[in-house]
Write a protein that binds this ligand. Structure first.
Ligand code: ADP
Ligand code: ASP
Ligand code: MG
Length: 241
């Protein structure tokens, strides 16, 4: 028994059927007597759609308003997931970044997490609730919404695992681990059972979007292993350590 952080990316939560599949992963951990904190991304291509719609209004949108806009996708997912879990008989509560709060610096569009107030989460876990947190977003000291950069929900998950001193951190995605190359581009790519933080940082920096660079850097600094697994097939995945 311990605190488990599970993160599900956009394709894993794309529609109601997939949300149900995600609920099953969560319930599975919860039923093993774990305290479960879940981080989710916006559904499917929601964030891309928001960015595209914004670009039709302005070629140079205000940075503060950009973050207010693109952070909205995750709020939809946390609410739907909490509603679904309750429907299945499991008590859940959703939080946006500012509600926690997840405090960041002022760099709109690429903010860095500087603090997470864990009291509310710990209290809800104590009450046996499943806590569902919006990825990718935070709040700066002025109270304005910030976002962590594209793919930033991974970083929310790692940061929560660090601040909560979690026992396990799982990043669930649409591939079953980290490969030598993008397996969707090269079907002969080789899957790693384990990979070092440094090698993963190097791969993420050269565009392997399976993990957000900042999340691996943070995991390395805090010595938190990241287990990358598939949401859709049951197998071992890759441990970044
Ligand atoms: P999520 O929405 O779950 O965050 P992403 O789309 O951000 O998922 O990342 C998963 C994708 O990363 C995979 O679908 C895959 O195409 C891509 N990818 C790129 N390089 C790699 C790699 N070396 N190993 C695994 N996946 C990779
Ligand atoms: N929804 C955000 C994005 O598409 C964050 C994430 O998916 O991690 O970049
Ligand atoms: Mg991603």
């Amino acid at each position: 028994m311990g605190i488990i952080v599970q993160k599900f990316g956009g394709s894993s939560v794309a529609d109601n059927e997939r949300l149900l599949n995600v609920c099953k992963h969560i319930i599975n951990e919860y039923n093993k007597n774990n305290k479960v904190v879940v981080v989710v991304s916006a559904q499917g291509k929601t964030t891309d759609k928001l960015v595209s719609e914004e670009s039709q209004i302005s070629k140079n949108p205000d940075k503060r308003e950009h973050d207010v806009l693109v952070s909205t996708g995750e709020q939809i997912t946390i609410a739907k997931l909490a509603i679904y879990l309750k429907e299945l008989g499991y008590d859940a509560i959703s939080y946006t970044g500012w509600q926690i709060p997840i405090v960041t610096d002022d760099i709109y569009g690429n903010a860095n997490i500087i603090d997470i107030k864990t009291d509310k989460i710990l209290q809800q876990l104590e009450n046996n609730k499943i806590v569902v947190v919006a990825g990718f977003q935070g709040v700066n000291k002025e109270g304005d919404i910030t976002t962590l950069g594209r793919g930033g929900s991974d970083t929310t998950a790692v940061a929560l695992a660090c601040y909560l001193n979690a026992d396990k951190l799982y990043i669930y995605t649409d591939v079953d681990g980290v490969y030598s190359e993008d397996p969707n581009v090269n079907p002969n790519a080789i899957k790693y059972e384990t990979i070092s933080y440094d090698k993963m940082i190097q791969m993420a920096k050269s565009g392997a979007k399976v993990l957000h660079t900042k999340c691996v850097e943070m995991a390395k600094e805090n010595n938190v292993p990241i287990i990358v697994k598939s949401t859709f097939v049951e197998n071992e995945g890759t441990t970044v350590q």
